[in-house]
Ligand binder design. Structure first.
Ligand code: FE2
Length: 195
């Protein structure tokens, strides 16, 4: 079993984009969130999590959940930078945007864990299947490690759950970047068929 320090080091290796976050406390909490999320599962690195939006949806032919999160972070930053270069400052907090992008799927280790999947499939009547999808579980992780409310909101409302609320500015960008990632790569033939 990996120690928390080993998991933190693993997360830092997975995400070079952490360097974009200038706020030391925010950067450390992004690392803490992923290390904590991994520690609750059999995973010891984000690369071990399949590169798909949901446990059975098409996955990257080449790449893992790490490439998804890095891609979404870079797409989100590129959208913000491109717009602001043309229309001027739009009030986007770039530190927060990167933290939101890197943490939007922090609930996935729990939902994608083969151990949890097998347990849920064996008896869906017991605690549900899945018991908790990655967005609400991501809220639990984000708040547990003390990440800002805006990051917890993005984890919880970047996907379908977000249709019930008004998304924040940074979450709006992450939501679109996440959608762009899967839609563009699907059209490019870079994803497998669904399981
Ligand atoms: Fe995502």
């Amino acid at each position: 079993m990996a120690t928390m320090d080993e998991l933190r080091a693993s997360v830092r290796r997975s995400f070079p984009e952490l360097d974009v976050i200038e706020d030391d406390d925010l950067r450390d909490k992004v690392v803490e969130a992923w290390a904590f999320a991994l520690s609750q599962t059999e995973f010891t690195a984000i690369e071990q999590i399949r590169g798909s939006g949901n446990p059975t949806t098409p996955r990257l032919k080449q790449g893992t959940q790490t490439e998804h999160l890095r891609g979404v972070a870079r797409i989100a930053l590129a959208m913000a930078d491109s717009l602001e270069q043309v229309v001027g400052p739009a009030g986007i907090n770039h530190d927060l945007l990167v933290a939101c992008a890197l943490c939007h799927d922090v609930g996935k280790p729990f939902e994608f864990s083969p151990r949890n999947q097998a347990r849920w499939q064996a008896d869906p009547a017991a605690v549900g299947y899945p018991s908790i999808r990655h967005p609400p579980y991501g809220v639990y992780v984000a708040l547990t490690v003390g990440l800002p409310e805006a990051v917890a909101h993005t984890a919880g409302a970047h996907s379908g759950e977000g249709e019930r609320v008004e998304r924040s500015l940074e979450n709006t960008i992450v939501h679109l970047a996440d959608h762009a990632f899967w839609t563009i790569l699907g059209r490019a033939g870079a994803l497998t068929e669904a399981d």
